[in-house]
Write a protein that binds this ligand. Structure first.
Ligand code: G6P
Length: 617
């Protein structure tokens, strides 16, 4: 999704901004742009459709060099207006205010009408231009760019992370956020802003995370922050543990493949300090967790995309292991419903980024709606300094490390591990899990890294299978129980990166409609664990096979699926339990979608139209 980088330094700022934009490429975008305030105190702009390299070419071709020491830059993921140079940020108003913006100004049509009546000219289809015009208007009777921006943001409805510069107040960058993330990077080379700390890791590890409604006045050697009520405030400088090297492909062709292969380590990191040899540490969920969990009577999970699929598995486990009634819903629906909120509900948000607008807003909405009720909130998140962790009472970090591929892989499996740990501690708090059961689950979790390594060895076989999909337009994934959720994740991965239309169904539901879709050009991918529903699944496989479909069955070796015509059976390791099975069966599905996409020649790490973190509605 859109990315912001900005900075003020002693040297030419352009290389820093371009490097920052490249670090944000993984988030997904379709155009990029930069503005610097040049030595002649004029705003100098370059914008280009497509990748940041196109922008670099534009900069080289420019007559006036981009030699300023202060500037802002942006990668845009189109919302209002097509991807084009004229819609790319930064926008400039009357040569005197330049802005970059993430988020959506919801009342932009209203503001635009007033501004047009006041004589402002719009040169793009974006909602962002109203920001520049509003600041320009207030600048006429303000003493500083800060004051003008403070006045302007009072007129905006919606979500924003904004960076502003102006030749009328050179030497200052104004940065403000509400609903969209923005960090300030502090260094002795200068001060910087970004929508994601990744953009600045080459320059600094010291960050200030702006809070909702904060506005910062940034110069070469100072950062002054005001809260939403205009009071000057101090915000702590935190040192990030991320290394810029973590954001490299380390010899793999794609981030996605690297991240698939990182899963054994990612899971080890998730488990570290959270378990003993035979039990799960309740303290891993925070010091208030015990009280909260003991009093929890209902659980509501809210998430989007892959994180939602992880939550679906979590629902099965929480009901099965902890015996607590658990509901799950996609955040974009939950936030606008009028759900019945029961006392003693624990709301769990799951998110890789911690910044997904729908999930965040759903959490804020439910907190408002449940005033006076005894409810609690927990987030399972991969980003320590995120809006979701700030909004939640309890946080459980997945420790997957930075995930750059848009199609989520290691974030998903570490979310599953986190949900397994939660199910155990919740079960223990409700006296539903015996010591032996707990020890068995912990043993399974400990074996996961080794089991995944073994499963990854099937890559060559899966590469061959991927060839079957070369000319296919549709695919169906089926599974029962938690494997239905894994089938959903498999279908999501395939559609995200190979653009093959893929759907997942509970295998038992096939006969109620989806079976009509089956023909010889629609491969069916089935997941067959050795569980109590195995015989039922075997019947479902017969139903599919007798309709002439090509089938791929990922089975637990012990499931011993009878080979049938047109069916390829891929045995994974045997002896998988209710926790290990869904995690292990995820791996071949990730590899399959990766290799199908490779054959199709798509942009695997940045698939069309998708963004890593969707910070707008
Ligand atoms: C986007 C990404 C998905 C991700 C979803 C939720 O749609 O493309 O890969 O699953 O957002 O993201 P979150 O960061 O909240 O897990």
């Amino acid at each position: 999704m859109c990315g912001i980088v900005g900075g003020i330094s002693k040297k030419n700022i352009t290389p820093v901004l371009i490097n920052g934009l490249k670090k944000l490429e993984y988030r997904g975008y379709d155009s990029a742009g930069i503005v610097t305030l040049c030595k002649n105190n004029k705003l100098n702009r370059a914008r280009a459709v497509g990748k940041v390299v196109n922008l670099e070419k534009r900069i080289k071709d420019k007559k006036t060099p981009m030699d300023g020491t202060i500037g802002i830059a942006h990668t845009r993921w189109a919302t209002h207006g097509e991807p084009s140079s004229r819609n790319a940020h930064p926008h400039i108003c009357n040569h005197s205010v330049s802005v970059v913006h993430n988020g959506i100004i919801e009342n932009f049509l209203e503001l635009k009408a007033t501004q047009e009546a006041d004589g402002y000219i719009f040169t793009s289809d974006t909602d962002t231009e109203v920001i520049g015009h509003a600041i320009h208007q207030y600048l006429q009777d303000s003493e500083s760019l800060l004051e003008a921006t403070q006045k302007a943001i009072l007129t905006f409805k919606g979500a924003y992370g904004i960076g502003v510069i102006s030749p009328k107040d050179p030497g200052h960058i104004i940065a403000t956020r509400s609903g969209s993330p923005l960090v300030i990077g502090i260094s002795n080379k200068g001060n910087f802003i970004a929508s994601d700390q990744m953009a600045l890791l080459d320059i600094t590890k010291d960050f200030i995370y702006l809070l909702e409604g904060d506005i910062a006045d940034i110069t070469l050697d100072s950062v002054t922050i005001y809260d939403k009520d205009g009071n000057q405030v101090e915000r702590e400088i935190k040192t990030s543990k991320l290394k810029s090297g973590q954001v490299s492909k380390r010899g793999y062709d794609h981030y996605m493949l690297k991240e698939i292969f990182e899963q054994p380590q990612a899971i080890r990191d998730t488990l570290e300090s959270r378990i003993t040899k035979d039990s799960v540490l309740l303290s891993a969920f925070g010091y208030k967790a015990e009280d909260i969990f003991k009093n929890t009577k209902h659980i509501q999970i809210i998430a989007c995309g892959t994180s939602y699929n992880a939550g679906l598995v979590g629902k099965y486990w929480l009901e099965d292991i902890a015996k607590i009634s658990t509901h799950i819903e996609v955040a974009s629906e939950y936030r606008y419903r009028n759900p019945i909120i029961l006392d003693n509900t624990l709301f769990i948000t799951i998110s890789q980024s911690g910044e997904t607008a729908d999930t965040l807003e759903a959490l804020k909405a439910l907190k408002k709606r449940s005033k006076g009720k005894n409810i609690h909130t927990l987030t399972i998140c991969n980003s320590a300094e995120s809006s979701l962790t700030r909004e939640s009472e309890l946080t459980f970090l997945t420790h997957a490390g930075p995930e750059i591929g848009v199609a989520s892989t290691k974030a998903f499996t570490t979310q599953l591990v986190s949900l397994a740990l939660l199910s155990v501690v919740m079960g223990r708090c409700h006296k539903q899990v015996s010591k032996q059961q707990e020890a068995k689950i912990v043993d399974g979790l400990n074996r996961l890294p080794g089991l995944i390594k073994q499963t990854l060895k099937q890559e060559d076989q899966i590469k061959e299978l991927a060839k079957t999909f070369k000319d296919k337009f549709n695919a169906l994934f089926i599974g029962r129980g938690t494997m239905h959720a894994i089938a959903m994740e498999g279908a999501l991965k395939l559609k995200e990166i190979s653009y093959i239309h893929a759907e997942a169904f509970p295998a038992g539901e096939l006969k109620h409609g989806p079976i009509a879709l089956i023909d010889k050009d629609t491969p069916v991918i089935a997941i067959a664990p050795n569980d109590r529903l195995l015989d039922k699944l075997k019947s479902n496989l017969q139903e599919v096979n007798s309709r002439g479909s090509q089938m791929i069955v990922f089975e637990d070796e012990a499931a011993k699926i009878t080979p049938m015509k047109g069916m390829t059976i891929v045995p994974t390791t045997t002896d998988l339990g209710r926790i290990t099975a869904p995690i292990i069966f995820t791996i071949p599905l990730q590899l399959l979608s990766y290799h199908v996409a490779l054959i199709k020649g798509t942009n695997i790490d940045q698939p069309r139209n998708l963004a890593k973190s969707v910070t707008v509605e």
